[in-house]
Design a protein around this ligand. Structure first.
Ligand code: ADP
Length: 441
């Protein structure tokens, strides 16, 4: 595929069409266009993966994995569009019937981040189109090509003109236009809590519906009765996937006293086998960080931990490759006073906290303003239920480090956001309920 670099442009009035005919333009039933789009993504998986690695840095195998993951949302929601059912409710009076219609909310504006340049778009576009909405997208400034490439494939698949528009350029200008426009009825955003809160504020005068997938500070808990090898495998995925640059990445690893040293040893040995380098090279596990600021933040978090009594058990420095590469790192003797306990590091650093008992770790794990993903490893069934219920998070992975899939509702509580993406719940976010009262029957 050949792509031209998008021009930085000022945002003028966005012209948008509103597909609100009551006939869904988007379903596996109404023709093969969405399924064709899904198929085109999979047929071009290699090219799309290469574009993604070139602009984002993640290893090619991981990038191709993201394309399949991203495409799965298009397939899932094309199928789910057939099940946007209404309802007929018995009337409150003899001559009345109550009808519930599901209608598209209207034009959707989407703003997406750079860490998943494909999947964060399809996870929004799939349900928006399935619900019958048109979407205008502003992709992250760091990763516009992946967005444009899938828009070209959408065109090739024959999506109606105006259904899916991509706007690149100034985030501030486009964001301001999207939030102030009364035509836009829903804003769906994935990114930082800071920018999410700003968009929330900007959307208030026009009372838009908001979907916000914001920051996280995921705890990853290893109890005494856990399968330690499985926990190490889960920690590698939950922590080091995308070089630690996902909002569901394990940020704080809590390990119970009795297994702390054994886990630290096993994890640091596993981390030492990870290969950092150019994402296009064979066998690379970790690419570069996205930019200089990201690298500086990782350095600051490690320095802060060391200054407050932390200990390096693996990595701990800029990588000898230079550039924006950082060594896969494990820190031991980490405490709640350190920056890694409070902020998302968004890099390849696994800080290990020690805990005594269940109540202690639940308190520590919940002691954050965020509430996106959480993980824990344990075998005792009663404990599994207790802990899953006690964690104040939108998502809990039990004995697994990988929870994202099109079939499940992804989303957070507290400062991690509003709404859910994926699953049958994801489509409801783009739908309005209309109540029709039928009288005179
Ligand atoms: P991240 O830390 O993941 O880069 P950001 O919240 O900074 O998260 O960026 C996520 C998305 O939000 C990107 O597409 C970015 O361009 C966009 N963005 C950043 N600032 C604003 C803003 N003031 N208004 C609208 N969009 C913004």
């Amino acid at each position: 595929m050949e792509l031209e670099r998008p021009e930085e442009e000022e945002c003028s009035l966005i012209s948008m069409t509103h597909h609100c005919s009551g006939k869904l333009p988007w379903s596996a039933a109404s023709g093969s266009k969405p399924i064709r789009w899904f198929e085109l993504m999979m047929e071009n998986q290699d090219d799309l993966g290469r574009i993604l690695t070139a602009e984002q840095g993640k290893p090619l195998a991981e990038a191709k994995g993201e394309i399949a993951y991203g495409a799965s949302f298009i397939e899932w929601f094309a199928e789910e569009a057939r099940r946007v059912y209404g309802d007929i409710i018995p009337g409150h009076q003899k001559d009345k019937r109550i009808l519930v219609m599901k209608q598209p909310i209207g034009v959707v504006a989407a703003i997406t981040p750079w860490n998943f340049p494909n999947a964060m778009i399809t996870r929004k576009a799939g349900p928006a189109f399935a619900a019958g909405c048109a979407m205008v997208l502003k992709p992250a400034s760091q990763t516009p090509f992946s967005a444009i490439a899938i828009a070209i494939l959408a065109e090739r698949a024959g999506l109606p003109k105006g259904l899916f528009s991509v706007l690149t350029g100034s985030a501030r200008a486009i964001g301001a236009e999207m939030t102030s426009s009364p035509v836009v009825r829903k804003l769906t955003f994935t990114g930082s809590t800071e920018v999410g809160a700003e968009l929330y504020k900007q959307s208030a005068p026009t009372i838009k519906k908001l979907g916000l997938e914001l920051g996280g500070n995921a705890p990853f808990i290893v109890f005494d009765d856990a399968d330690l090898d499985a926990a190490v495998e889960g920690a590698l995925i939950a922590k080091f996937r995308n070089n630690g640059q996902t909002c569901v990445c394990a940020n704080r690893l809590y390990v119970q006293d009795g297994v702390y040293d054994a886990f630290a040893d096993k994890l640091s040995k596993a981390v030492a086998t990870l290969k950092t380098g150019n994402g296009f090279d064979e066998g690379i596990n970790l690419g570069p960080l996205i930019d200089e600021a990201a690298l500086t933040k990782v350095e600051e978090h490690v320095a802060d931990a060391l200054a407050k009594g932390g200990r390096i058990v693996a990595g701990g420095h800029r990588h000898q490759l230079g550039g924006r590469f950082y060594e896969a790192t494990v820190l031991a003797d980490v405490t709640p006073a350190m920056a890694v306990a409070k902020e998302e590091t968004f890099g390849p650093v696994a800080p290990l906290f020690r805990f005594k008992d269940e109540a202690d770790v639940i308190t520590q794990a919940n002691d954050t303003e965020f509430g996106l993903a959480s993980y824990f490893y344990a075998k005792d069934l009663a404990r599994v239920f207790r802990v899953a219920e006690a964690l104040e998070y939108g998502m809990v992975g039990v004995n697994t480090g990988l929870i994202s899939t099109a079939e499940a509702p992804f989303g957070g509580v507290k400062l991690s956001g509003l709404g859910r993406e994926g699953s049958r719940y994801g489509i409801e976010e783009f739908i309005e309920i209309k109540y029709v009262c039928l009288g005179g029957i």
